[in-house]
Design a protein. Structure first.
Length: 404
């Protein structure tokens, strides 16, 4: 059992070349085409950057697109965030930043991202006895950071990351044509409380509806373990490997731990999905499964998410698997995942007695645009490869002249 854990893979080193399986076939690349989104994001980003002082620009922009920090997407509080936080932006700059976020998301998801930081004010009340005077700096809806990697420019490739407690948006624009927006992680704390601000109610609630609808045989197939992981089974690896195991506990919260035996039982495998397959469900249950998956796919850019939705449906409901672990009622530690050939949804509500939810949508081939970058970056030009280079290269020195 322990020896199996020692050989797990994590999908490659940060910043390393994309695995061969990540290469995008032409038909798959088409699903990520979102030129209108790319251009709108670009002009909004350029407008925002134009308002920055030199000091703000130095904080917000990492010109090396391949900087390994681009692959860091952890949504727990961190002392080493890159980028510029909201509290160092003026009112006009904040409006532009929120406009930029809006261009990348459907309205329903945008409102979730707006709401989640406001729960920091609720947490200040919950944690008053625990954190005391540190709360004013620790729990604030302004501690969310925007970072640009690369050059937000025409026909270019760049990433916008918006990151803070329980929010991580990674939106990569490739050649102003393709847009990849995973991993995208959202959290909610608390989930069970006397309040109406519950932005991820559907992201968790539809899964409970589906679980409650299962008969005994279906439930036996869906429930893979009686213990939930502390956080995502795939953790925060930049690219998901052939298989993954969860950590023993969530960073900074060792009060909830699991064993090596639990880790094996909760294992994620690309080639052997856990749980019940969609074709083992009845029609109404299949509708719940599609509704749950749609809730997460709608975190992708509005211009492309319906295309991804239709691609998953074309593969058939039998290719979608639903797995559950831990308690089967609210207010106790639980976990579920939905796996398709392309996408992985994970949701875990374990620490804090099942009152602290983390959720994520991952693309098994295109997280951080890995496949598109390896096959398409720099190739989308009507006049051939490397348009940005030809603008600054003499015709006498260049590799080609005019077309005949």
């Amino acid at each position: 059992m322990t020896s199996e854990l020692t050989v797990e893979t994590t999908g490659g080193a940060a910043g390393g070349p994309a695995p061969r399986s990540a290469a995008a076939r032409p038909d798959e690349a088409a699903a990520y085409e979102a030129p209108r989104t790319a251009t709108r994001m670009l002009v909004t980003a350029m407008g925002l950057l134009d308002t920055f002082s030199p000091e703000q620009r130095a904080e917000a922009v990492i010109t090396d697109f391949d900087d390994p920090r681009r692959l860091d997407w952890d949504i727990i509080p961190r002392p080493d965030r890159t980028g510029i936080p909201l509290h160092r932006l003026d009112r006009h700059q904040k409006v532009l930043l929120w406009d930029l976020v809006r261009t990348a998301l459907p309205m329903r998801t945008f409102t979730k991202v707006l709401a989640i930081p406001q729960l920091e004010h609720v947490l200040r009340d919950y944690e008053h006895d625990f954190l005391g005077p540190a709360l004013q700096a620790w729990r604030t809806s302004d501690s969310y950071f925007v970072t640009f990697f690369g050059r937000p420019g025409f026909e270019d490739t760049w990433t916008m990351r918006f990151l803070g407690h329980h929010v991580c948006l990674n939106v990569t624009v490739v050649d102003e044509r393709w847009v990849c927006a995973t991993p995208v992680a959202l959290g909610q704390q608390p989930t069970e409380y006397d309040g109406v601000l519950k932005p991820l109610a559907d992201d968790e609630g539809v899964a409970f509806e589906l679980l409650a609808s299962l008969d005994e045989q279906q439930r036996a197939g869906a429930v893979i373990h009686d213990v939930a992981p502390a956080d995502f089974v795939t953790r925060q690896v930049p690219r998901i490997g052939a298989f993954e195991h969860p950590d023993h506990y969530d960073l900074g919260m060792p009060q909830y731990t699991i064993t090596d035996a639990d880790r094996v039982a909760l294992r994620f495998s690309r080639d052997e999905p856990s749980g019940v397959a969609g074709d083992a469900l009845g029609p109404q249950q299949q509708e719940l499964l599609w509704r749950l998956l749609d809730c997460y796919l709608a975190r992708l850019p509005e211009e492309a998410w319906l295309r991804h939705r239709e691609a998953v449906r074309a593969e058939g409901v039998g290719s979608v698997h639903f797995a559950w672990a831990g308690a089967q009622r609210r207010g106790e530690p639980h976990y579920f995942r939905v796996q398709t050939r392309r996408f992985l949804v994970e949701a875990v509500n374990a620490v804090g007695g099942g009152n602290h939810l983390h959720t994520v949508l991952r693309d098994l081939e295109q997280d951080f645009a890995a496949g598109l970058l390896s096959t398409h970056r720099g190739s989308d030009s009507s006049w051939g490869r490397g348009h940005l280079d030809t603008r600054t290269t003499s015709s006498a020195d260049g590799p080609r002249g005019p077309r005949p």
